[in-house]
Design a protein around this ligand. Structure first.
Ligand code: GLA
Length: 400
């Protein structure tokens, strides 16, 4: 039987990480190989910490990793994406975040979170990673590393945790170890990913349903702005506090637990309870985006891709004008995309401020899309964007 392109890429990546592991750590005796995907959010942005809905999917690109138990308490990490950093050492007895630890704060955070939850590691590990998600692109390379680490610990030490637990542990580590106040979307999308499906998740109670993504004659295209961002240094935490403050003001007027409890009509009725115009716009985005996400999934179920695309466009406008998390780079990518025939919908995806956009583009328009959006972006922004047609993939797997 012929192997699919995705499967043979997995084989090649498995071979490459094992070979590198041998080169760096001497031999690969007892080493296991794992994969966890990246994710893209189709709609439902900045709703996951507001008790709203999200609609992300896992990708076939992600992070490959090799892990092996040691007979002492040392932790040794190596990333093929940050080769200049060399081997970064730590120990189970010094699990604290630090600047020098760089990218290893993510796997260390997950090890710390397992221990916090009573799952103590009996020994240290050698871990090597190689990701094919562009770093800092907003496709969740860090959540991918978190879920990958969780999957490694589960397999190597036999901890009894479900994929949903891995998502919660990943978020816990990011919030409490790396001090980024992210919601649950990224970790959930990655841990619970399902090929050719997006996940319609209600972040108020973690109930979810898989919706098949059939895009006849079209593909999901990611445009990467190459403007790097990290959640830690962005205005992410600030947006979160603005929403919390707006919620507290609204709660004086109406009985709600989160902004996700409001429909637009009720929000409009009570919005003057929010005393400040900026906070009012932030709250309006959280409310309207949640409603758009619900409507988008309904449209998709009816097979109305055109309506789904229009809601994606409206999502971008709300993120640009009310939530103010887009910026010239993402706006240029999206506004140029909207000009092209064959683009069903286009919006920024992820936290914003940089990173990527997601577009649904008819197959015959993809080459022209990449050329025209690429040229316009280079001219206006001064450096190039990158484009990827992506496939929706499964959650974490043990490859060997
Ligand atoms: C980042 C966070 C998510 C979510 C998005 C915005 O990706 O990690 O929890 O809040 O931003 O939708």
């Amino acid at each position: 039987m012929q192997r699919s392109e995705t499967e043979s890429l997995k084989d090649r990546m498995t071979e490459a990480v094992l070979q590198k592991f041998e080169e760096i750590f001497g031999d690969a005796q007892g080493a296991r190989v794992f994969f966890a995907p990246g994710r893209v959010n189709l709609i439902g942005e900045h709703t996951d910490y507001n008790g709203g809905h999200v609609f992300p999917c896992a990708l076939t690109i992600g992070t490959y990793g090799v892990a092996r138990k040691r007979d002492d308490r040392l932790l040794r990490f190596y990333s093929m994406n940050f080769e200049q950093a060399g081997v970064i050492r730590s120990s189970l007895d010094e699990l604290a975040a630090s600047e020098e630890a760089g990218w290893t704060n993510y796997p260390k955070g997950v090890i710390w979170a397992f221990e916090e939850k009573g799952m103590k590691l009996p020994c240290g590990l050698d871990i090597l990673l190689n990701g094919n998600i562009p770093n800092g692109s907003g496709l969740s390379s860090s959540a991918s590393v978190e879920i990958l680490t969780g999957a490694m610990l589960r397999e190597l030490f036999g901890f009894q945790v479900t994929n949903q637990d891995l998502a919660l542990i990943g978020q816990y580590s990011e919030n409490n170890f790396n001090k980024v106040n992210c919601g649950i979307m990224d970790q959930f999308a990655i841990a619970m990913g399902k090929k050719d499906h997006a996940i319609f998740l209600d972040t108020a109670d973690l109930s979810y349903e898989y919706a098949p993504i059939a895009l006849p004659g079209a593909k999901i295209v990611i445009s990467c702005s190459n403007k790097k961002r990290g959640l830690g240094d962005s205005k992410y935490n600030q947006r979160r506090s603005e929403c919390e403050a707006a919620l507290a003001e609204l709660q004086k007027a109406v009985d709600i637990k989160s902004l996700g409890d409001l429909d637009l009509e009720t929000f409009e009725k009570y919005q003057t309870a929010v005393r400040d115009d900026i906070r009012r716009r932030r709250a309006r985005h959280a409310v309207s985006e949640n409603q758009r996400t619900i409507r988008a999934v309904e449209a998709l179920k009816r097979g109305d891709i055109a309506e789904f695309g229009k809601l994606m466009n409206a999502s971008h406008i709300s993120l640009r004008d009310d939530y103010e998390v887009t910026g010239a780079e993402l706006d240029t990518l999206v506004e140029e995309a909207w000009k092209i025939d064959g683009v069903i919908g286009s919006r920024m995806t992820g936290a914003g401020f940089g990173g990527c956009t997601v577009s649904i583009v008819k197959n015959e328009a993809i080459d022209g899309f990449i050329r025209r959006v690429g040229e316009a972006y280079l001219k206006k922004i001064g450096y190039a964007a990158d484009f990827y047609a992506v496939e929706i993939g499964d959650g974490p797997v043990t490859l060997m």
